[in-house]
Design a protein around this ligand. Structure first.
Ligand code: AMP
Ligand code: ZN
Length: 134
């Protein structure tokens, strides 16, 4: 059983802030900032892409609600709402979860996206590939 399934079953403890029949939200044990939440479905799916679309929709509806609560409760200046899909993205726990991370102007944390440049014709090519896969 995966670590988050163990939290769902109560086998290991977590500081839960929300639960219903389908979902659970609890504090991340190694927070980027204090109050960093994880939102998960009770049912085990390895990644977001393994969930049926309607369940993923419900998950993100709940993320929207919890994100507002985190921001107001902690007077956060902003949030990062992140879901990692697959090892290559940095996913470590293979039970789908959405991170809600409170952010503050002075928190010293930088996600630091790089910004590549497209060469001539590449934007059309990339947009086209993705559109074809829909
Ligand atoms: P990810 O890299 O997206 O798979 O993130 C996994 C997250 O799960 C990390 O931020 C961990 O700190 C967190 N985590 C792992 N085990 C536990 C646990 N037992 N309780 C709470 N959070 C956990
Ligand atoms: Zn699981």
């Amino acid at each position: 059983m995966c670590v988050f399934c163990k939290i769902v079953s109560g086998e290991i403890p977590a500081y839960k802030v929300y639960e219903d029949d389908e979902f659970l939200a609890f504090l991340d044990i190694g927070p980027v900032n204090k109050g960093h939440l994880l939102v998960i479905p009770r049912k085990h799916y390895p990644t977001l892409l393994d969930m049926p679309e309607d369940e993923a929709g419900k998950l993100y509806k709940l993320v929207h609600r919890l994100a507002k609560a985190v921001k107001s409760a902690l007077s956060a200046d902003g949030l990062n709402i992140i879901n990692n899909v697959g090892e290559a993205s940095g996913q470590e726990v293979f039970h789908v979860h959405v991170h809600i991370i409170p952010r503050f102007y002075d928190d010293g944390m930088k996600f630091g996206w790089r910004k590549l440049q497209y060469s001539e014709g590449e934007m059309e090519e990339y947009a086209g590939k993705i559109k074809e896969a829909l």
